[in-house]
Design a protein around this ligand. Sequence first.
Ligand code: UDP
Ligand code: MG
Length: 314
Amino acid sequence: MLVSVVIPLYNEEENVEPLHERLKEVLDAAEFEYEIVYVDDGSTDGTLPLLETVQRSDRKVIVISLRRNFGQTAAFAAGFDFARGDIIVTMDGDLQNDPMDIPRVIKMMDSFDLVSGWRKKRKDPFFRRRLPSMIANFIISKVTGVNLHDYGCSLKAYKRDVIKNIRLYGEMHRFIPAVASWYGVRVGEIETTHHPRLRGKSKYGLSRTIKVVLDLITVKFLQSFSTKPIQFFGPMGLISGLLGFLILLYLSIEKLAYGANIGGRPMLLLGALLVIVGVQMIGMGLISEILVRVYHESQRKPIYVVKRIVGTEK
Ligand code: UDP
Ligand code: MG
């Protein structure tokens, strides 16, 4: 069994050497084969040359260097594309996750397809990091229906086929457990150690929370409606259109039967608006339906996920 450890690094020059040292210690003592995939996410400091030096002296290391800073999710995606392991473990490059946890996580993979770390005693500032993250985890768990304490923990492990079948966009690496679970993947959680950041600076602040919320909306929409978008837009369109129609009908009767002057009535504006919005919504639903078909048919991507097929081997 081969384990790939995928680690994104962006301007982590002070961390490269201690990180590699700690990793080696743990992985060399473990009973599985391993490779380490370092992804340099367009660092502008000495991270890349240091990684390349590490790589020269260690055959188990692969270094992928991205042309510019694409963000952590893209860096993970690059790592996944080049990782050859049967199990793929991810973690941060700043030693906030502890390499010591890797063997425990791998052990748990006997009974799960995906294991997510939980930084129970998280060593980050409370108001700027832990509180937003607690709220986010609560909302994400409620919305996705997949209950995890710590979606944001980078220390996670995936069976190969799980990760190879999921495409990542935006800030979405944190939602992989939710998406995977919808596909029927067995998701487990494990408490992991967390350290304060000793060297280098955190790359994130509060603004990430907004991105995460927007990504959550996307993920939820895709979960519920990605193969039937008209059922999302349709009802809104129909209700709006119908309401507008009734209002306009009422005004027309007033005008035609009673000769009322309806030119200055706010209801007229409202009715017209509702009809237009309704037509737009239904139009949007239909366009989305076409997009869904293009998406699935151009890639021959089925709308189901097969676990196993028995009886076609003759
Ligand atoms: N990172 C990256 N690209 C980015 C931002 C961050 O590869 O654009 C890496 C970073 O080098 C670190 C990991 O992602 O290894 C987590 O980043 P950070 O420690 O800043 O996040 P925090 O722990 O503060 O949430
Ligand atoms: Mg960190």
